[in-house]
Ligand binder design. Structure first.
Ligand SMILES: [Zn+2]
Length: 192
């Protein structure tokens, strides 16, 4: 099923959710304001934000991060860091190819993992959240219709019978993105 959401609409919902969690106005949540440095988000805020998106949109944002998933895809973290604890070019490239859509300016080799985490903006989370809706089932299990629509609640439902649709989880989408990035970079991966 095709993603029924437009990217801008998801960004609005993400910004509203962040404003609610951070107790700020939606206007402050600009596309390039970083959640941690500019908006003062703490890890508990991000847990709450994940819960908000689950309630509003019915999606499960990832609990893991790209670096952890990359380490598990490569069977270890040796290739991810330089001797000073900064991320490697490979790690930076996989991050830039992830559904978050980091630019070269935002994520580059040599950054510390906490700096990578601090680089995330509402636009990155919106891009990732939008990508989750690219992973809807092929057809409705209730009526076999193959079109999705947005229910008044904001969740996604079958356009044929109105059944709730479950997209892949954020962790699944992230893991698939990591595998695809490694494959595109010609990186051999362990099986499994
Ligand atoms: Zn249906």
């Amino acid at each position: 099923m095709q993603n029924p959401y437009e990217a801008d609409r998801i960004h609005d919902i993400v910004r509203e959710g962040l404003a609610q969690v951070l107790g700020s106005s939606v206007d402050e949540i600009t596309a390039d304001a970083t959640l941690v440095s500019d908006l003062g988000a703490e890890s508990l805020d991000l847990v709450e934000f994940r819960f908000e998106m689950e309630t509003k949109l019915g999606v499960a944002l990832p609990k893991s991060n790209v670096l952890d998933q990359l380490a598990s895809a490569l069977g270890g973290s040796e290739q991810l860091y330089d001797e000073r604890g900064g991320i490697s070019e490979l790690a930076a490239e996989v991050l830039r190819r992830s559904a978050f859509g980091y630019s070269e300016e935002q994520v580059h080799a040599g950054m510390r993992p906490y700096e990578v985490a601090a680089a995330a903006t509402s636009a990155h989370w919106a891009a990732f959240t939008h990508r989750i809706f690219d992973h809807l089932p092929e057809a409705c299990t209730e009526c076999a219709a193959d079109k999705a629509q947005i229910a008044p609640s904001g969740k996604v439902q079958c356009a044929g019978c109105g059944a709730a649709l479950e997209a892949a989880t954020g962790d699944e989408v992230m893991a698939e993105g990591v595998r695809a990035a490694l494959a595109a970079l010609g990186h051999a991966q362990p099986v499994g």
